[in-house]
Design a protein around this ligand. Structure first.
Ligand code: ZN
Ligand code: ZN
Length: 854
């Protein structure tokens, strides 16, 4: 799959067009190599696991630090080699024994010092009292206990190596060697103990690496394989599965770009994944061992491993060798039975699937020759009779095939939406639609049809959006008369409600929990506190949904709540492993299918893809070896922007142009292309100015404060007012994004005194300064935090100030805007609201559930 290039010097990805039987034609394709060029400048930053207070990237997760295939596997201190997985003594106000889990580069330290992540151990004397007893005491001279608790220490705290062996991993343990047989952990706030076998092995226990050739630079690649099955496509005959690769070494913003989704190939309908992936597995086995390749012209040692598989629930189970989620034990992460899937008292760690235990079960199945007994064993363990072909690669498959939050969250919302709509009486339906139509939805959303009549036409991203606003919509109209009689009775019985108000409350509360949990799982950065908050959201949501609605009981999509915290910690965040964008990329390819002659779909698609990649390669300044020099006309044209910066997501990254229609000067370097459009009416302008008696003074102070122009303005007449302004911002990572700003948009301004503050745009204008240049300004109305939370919707309340309020400044240069449309406000309606708004009620709710999903 990877080859170093003879000519260029960068890594090239070779995706063979693998031979697979094509059932409809009964013929095979010839091998056809295709080349994808990979920029390698992102590689050098990710040679180690990184310790950071804020986790956002793959290399902040626990897997990266621990696996020798990804992180730093050893460190030499005072001529002693310490390897990840070794037991060590360390000093921390006393001498302790622990296991060295990971050697991490400390991001907070300017000298890039290493820190060590250590798992704690306990000796007999320090065991919780209920685990003490004569049996354990009799072993206490040669046994210690691992604890599910970790500590970060400095290199200087490490004192020496220790000799400890984990019992079940060794047949023979010498008398004088300490051993570990059990792990102490907390479950539901209580101390528990489990056999050490029921735990993920440290990757160093099953991965041994060859040493790289001396003084050769080492690169380790994190591969993320995404498989999208045929799905329920209208015409299944023309459908195909897609297999894509991504590099976890790229930072999250790069992985979002379409050009960084690499097509491994398409599996035509009737072909199988296993056959398709065979050659890939063969090459990956070599790459796990390390291979010499050229990187930036230099011989380098490349290690690549299949570090995560991202897929929907059914495909993910297939690739893990676990039965599908309808089976009695159909979870790929644990062995909890079907009827206990949403019982949150389940002790997850004790019931998780562990690769080494699954292997024993697979061996038992394979050794059985009677097919009916084989099947029985398969059912008993919840395993397929044949293991996945990917098992030939070195990974903890149960940990490294996480459940996807995009599908599971949208699935949950879809179900709750259906149940909620079915609960509505005729009156309820009518009120819902009425409120839905007028509701102040975020402006940059595409139009959403109402969910009562158009439920079936929603896409997954629509469900995520709906969940952000439904709590508010329900709160505005839901009464007991909005619900059908039998629905009321069913919920009443489930929650044991003495009066009907509680029923309304619990329905809204379900939506509040779903919205809150959604926001938490899609968080792009986690601190230790946010991991705790995530866990609390997941747990509360699991409890309330399965309590209020029967059809959430034992729902696999809800069950994944029990595993998501672990996945977040393993991979840094949950959006690192979500498949939303990947699914869209796949949809792009599927969309091409009807435009082909449909005889040889997979081949046609690859051809298109190859052509696109070739163009992109040339546009990036690449050289076609047949010509000997780069294609300058490509590089100089705008093609490079077309192919390098486009996203499939909301971020509309695009190139910087210099056509400045109305000559507005940018006050700062990172803003360009300022363009004002659509003049407002004289009436609107006069209304606005009548609220701003001190407009001239405000404008003068905006020049002074925002633009650093202290001299007195000589003219105030050269002002034009607009509805709309757009401009381009250069982000700190060097990409460009286009900002569009309308009247009544919500913005964020970083205020020196108040920190992040919110405002709404009331006016947009340009003014000709003393130097004859035009500058763009906005008039805003501030939201003031009144430090209260809405008791039902659980979101903070704000009071709008009213422009002209003397104590608040209203006129700002546009570059003072920090973010646009990243917040959403909903009016806190009361009985006097007409059309959901009234001028006397100044209280608004900040929608904390609002975010941009992908
Ligand atoms: Zn599970
Ligand atoms: Zn209102």
């Amino acid at each position: 799959m990877f080859e170093d290039s003879e000519h260029g010097g960068d890594i090239f990805l070779f995706c063979q067009y693998y031979q697979i039987p094509y059932p409809s034609h009964q013929k095979t394709h010839h091998q056809r190599p295709k080349i994808q060029r990979l920029h390698t400048n992102f590689l050098s930053m990710t040679l180690f696991g990184v310790y950071s207070e804020i986790k956002s990237e793959f290399w902040h997760g626990t897997l990266w630090g621990e696996s020798p295939l990804l992180g730093k596997e050893e460190i030499i201190i005072s001529e002693v080699v310490y390897k990840c997985g070794d037991f060590i003594y360390y000093y921390n106000n006393g001498r302790y024994l622990g296991r060295l889990r990971a050697i991490l580069r400390n991001e907070n330290d300017s000298d890039n010092q290493y820190v060590l992540r250590v798992q704690k151990t306990l000796d007999y004397d320090h065991l919780p009292g209920n685990f003490k007893g004569s049996l354990r005491q009799s072993r206490s001279h040669k046994e210690v206990w691992l604890k599910d608790e970790f500590i970060i220490i400095k290199i200087s705290q490490l004192t020496e190596k220790a000799n400890v062996m984990i019992g079940f991993q060794h047949q023979y343990i010498p008398e004088d060697t300490l051993q570990i047989n059990e792990i102490i952990y907390k479950h539901n706030g209580h101390w528990c103990i489990r056999d050490a076998k029921f735990s993920y092995q440290h990757p160093a226990d099953y991965i041994k690496l060859k040493s790289p050739p001396p003084s050769m630079k080492v690169y380790k690649l994190f591969l993320d394989l995404y498989f999208d099955d045929f799905g329920t496509y209208r015409n299944v005959y023309h459908s195909l599965g897609g297999i894509y690769l991504q590099f976890g070494n790229m930072p999250a913003y790069m992985r979002k770009q379409i050009k960084n989704h690499f097509v491994l190939g398409f599996v035509p309908f009737g072909g199988t994944f296993n056959e398709f992936i065979k050659p890939f597995v063969v090459e990956m086995k070599k790459l796990e061992q390390g291979k010499i390749m050229k990187i930036q012209g230099e011989d380098s040692w490349i290690i690549a491993s299949l570090s995560v598989i991202t897929a929907d629930l059914p495909q993910g189970n297939d690739l893990t060798g676990v039965l599908r989620h309808g089976a009695n034990k159909g979870c790929r992460t644990c062995t909890i039975k079907k009827e206990l899937l949403t019982d949150y008292n389940q002790d997850i760690v004790a019931k998780s699937r562990y690769h080494h235990i699954t292997n024993e079960e697979i061996t038992k199945i394979s050794q059985e020759s009677v097919i009916s007994i084989k099947n029985q064993l398969g059912t008993k363990y919840g395993l397929r009779l044949l293991p996945s072909i990917l098992d030939q690669l070195k990974r903890e498959k149960h940990l490294q095939t996480p459940q996807d939050i995009y599908h599971s969250t949208a699935g949950k919302i879809g179900r709750l939406l259906k149940i909620t709509c079915e609960l509505f009486s005729q009156e309820g339906k009518e009120n819902f639609i009425k409120i839905w139509k007028d509701f102040e939805k975020p402006k940059k959303w595409p139009r959403l049809p109402n969910p009562i009549n158009h439920h079936a036409s929603f896409m997954m991203s629509d469900y995520l959006r709906i969940a952000m606003i439904i709590p508010y919509i329900l709160y505005r109209f839901l009464k007991i008369s909005s619900l059908k009689e039998n629905g009321i009775i069913a919920i009443q019985q489930r929650i044991n409600a003495p009066h009907n108000n509680l029923i309304i409350k619990s329905i809204i509360s379900c939506w509040v929990h779903v919205a809150k949990t959604m926001k938490a799982v899609f968080n792009s950065e986690f601190t230790a506190d946010e991991y705790n908050n995530l866990q609390k959201c997941l747990q509360d949501e699991l409890i309330i949904l399965s309590k209020v609605f029967a059809s959430f009981e034992n729902l696999p999509n809800l069950h994944v709540n029990m595993h998501l915290l672990m996945h977040a910690q393993t991979f840094g965040t949950l959006i690192n492993t979500q498949v939303g964008i990947k699914e869209m990329v796949h949809r792009v390819f599927k969309g091409i299918v009807p435009k082909t002659n449909r005889k040889n779909i997979d081949l046609d698609l690859l051809r298109r893809y190859n052509t696109l990649f070739a163009i992109r390669h040339l546009a990036d300044g690449g050289i076609d070896p047949r010509f000997g020099k780069s294609c300058a006309s490509f590089t100089n044209s705008n093609f490079s922007h077309l192919f390098s910066n486009w996203y499939i997501t909301d971020n509309k990254f695009f190139n910087k142009k210099n056509d400045n229609d109305n000559n507005v000067t940018s006050p700062v370097e990172f803003i360009s292309n300022i363009s004002l459009k659509r003049k407002i009416s004289k009436q609107d302008r006069d209304n606005l100015l009548s609220c701003l008696p001190n407009f001239n003074i405000e404008l003068q102070s905006a020049y002074d404060r925002d633009l650093g122009v202290e001299e007195a303005l000589t003219q105030f007449y050269s002002i034009s007012w607009y509805e709309f302004v757009s401009y381009t911002i250069e982000e700190t990572n060097g990409t460009f994004s286009k900002i569009q700003l309308h009247l009544n948009d919500y913005i964020t301004i970083n205020d020196e005194d108040y920190g992040e503050s919110y405002a709404v745009i009331k006016g947009i204008f340009r003014h000709k300064g003393n130097n004859g240049k035009y500058y763009a300004f906005i008039v805003i109305d501030w939201f003031k935090n009144i430090n209260q939370k809405h008791s039902v919707l659980e979101c903070p309340l704000y009071q709008i100030q009213g422009i002209g309020n003397q104590r608040w400044k209203n006129v700002f240069s546009i570059h003072m805007i920090h973010e646009v449309q990243k917040v959403h406000f909903v009016h806190n309606c009361n009985s006097e609201c007409q059309d959901y708004y009234n001028t006397t009620n100044r209280i608004w709710i900040k929608n904390d559930y609002y975010f941009t999903a992908i």
